[in-house]
Design a protein around this ligand. Sequence first.
Ligand SMILES: NC(=O)c1ccc[n+]([C@@H]2O[C@H](COP(=O)([O-])OP(=O)(O)OC[C@H]3O[C@@H](n4cnc5c(N)ncnc54)[C@H](OP(=O)(O)O)[C@@H]3O)[C@@H](O)[C@H]2O)c1
Length: 257
Amino acid sequence: MSSKIILITGSTDGIGLATAKKLTSLGHKVIVHGRNTEKLNKVATELDLESVQADFSNLCEVQSMADFILEKYDKIDVLINNAGVFKVSNPRTTDGYDVRYVVNTFAPYLLTKKLLPILKKGRVINLSSAAQASVDFEAMRGNIVMDDFEAYAQSKLAITMWSRYVANTMGSNGPVFIAVNPASLLGTKMVKEGFNTAGNDINIGVNILTSLSLDDQHLKHSGEYYDNDNQRYSVPQADGLDDEKAKRIVELMDDII
Ligand SMILES: NC(=O)c1ccc[n+]([C@@H]2O[C@H](COP(=O)([O-])OP(=O)(O)OC[C@H]3O[C@@H](n4cnc5c(N)ncnc54)[C@H](OP(=O)(O)O)[C@@H]3O)[C@@H](O)[C@H]2O)c1
């Protein structure tokens, strides 16, 4: 297999970091990303990898990150939109949106949209979750205060829905898009802090992200949702297959960004 260029967002910790290590060990060129400069530099130095910094709660930083990547690369084979947040001390961004929507849904959409010219026939792997709840447009606009789980679950169904919508809209003119639940309660910082449990082996998540990035069997599944709790392609929850609602989600994101 030829070496691929793979950008993994949120690769300073958890599943993203472990996947960066795995894909590097398989001979691929990984670009790591993080919000915390010190943490990012440590990972980049240890693994001898190129890095890019951006806080995804600020969409201007996502735009600058995309510009940086576009300047340096004329091709990205795989974009893994992995960065995510669940529990936060302050749920509001300075622009008044819920940080889960901004980091988990809007930022990966903006980054993907900007990088489409160099993603060509590549793959976009979008981190979803088994936690999925119907998108409330007022909550998406930042007009409703939600608890952590509701905000997270809405943001994860929203990324699953835009993934399918963009895949279907672009068809063979765009990359392959797959949304994935990497498996529930994998033992990362997010799970330890959010659920007070040690969690399961994170390699369960690493292995599916590696397979989705490299294996040809997934190429025919663009727009679909892979549920690694059941180890198969599946249907999202709630109104995840509602094309009209997915279109409205994308239109609202275009407005916001
Ligand atoms: N663990 C699970 O069981 C599970 C289940 C379903 C889905 N997921 C999804 O899998 C993905 C990885 O999660 P994880 O469990 O590995 O969590 P994690 O260990 O907390 O890692 C999350 C990564 O995202 C980064 N990140 C958080 N907020 C950011 C921001 N504002 N800007 C830029 N980067 C930011 C973190 O940076 P720092 O290192 O600076 O914190 C870290 O690198 C997430 O999208 C999560 O929702 C996880």
